[in-house]
Design a protein around this ligand. Structure first.
Ligand code: RB5
Length: 154
């Protein structure tokens, strides 16, 4: 599986750790930035958007985003039609975000979770499977909101 990674300056270190962690398990990991923790203007909306667009374009199947809280970068990703990104601070939510919500992106806060907890979160996220059925109907109701606002479904 190919995974797209993105972070702002606050999330670079945890992002690089998680990329190595998942590479060791055989995942193909691609970094969509940002790359320099000291760079001026190193903001979270761009990497959130880039990772979401990579998934929408089929360049990657899933994504991992990291900023200070996981919030800003996930909010940006969720603006891309068809993308569902969730902030997770523990494995239960990471599991349910896939099993019930069919999220493609897991987002974390580097100022919230430590390395070991973050590794547990991504391991849970990537070992979970969408259950479909009644959950598919509910996820499509989310897509319907996008269609109602003139945004096509991914
Ligand atoms: C940067 O200070 C911080 O605002 C950012 O990393 C993120 O937490 C925003 O949601």
């Amino acid at each position: 599986m190919k995974i797209a990674f993105g972070s702002d300056h606050a999330g670079i270190e945890l992002k690089l750790f998680l990329m190595e962690h998942l590479k060791e398990q055989g995942f193909e990991c691609v970094d969509y930035g940002n790359y320099d923790p000291n760079e001026r203007g190193d903001n979270y909306p761009e990497p959130g958007r880039k990772v979401a667009e990579a998934i929408r374009a089929g360049e990657a199947e899933r994504g991992v985003l990291v900023c200070g809280t996981g919030l800003g970068i996930s909010l940006a990703a969720n603006k891309v039609p068809g993308i569902r990104a969730c902030v997770c601070s523990e494995p239960y939510t990471a599991s349910m975000s896939v099993r019930h919500n069919n999220c493609q992106i897991v987002s974390m806060g580097a100022r919230v979770v430590g390395r070991e907890l973050a590794a547990m979160i991504v391991d849970t996220f990537f070992s979970s499977t969408f259950e479909g059925g009644r959950h598919a109907m509910r996820v499509d109701m989310i897509s319907q909101i996008e269609r109602d606002y003139g945004m096509e479904k991914a």
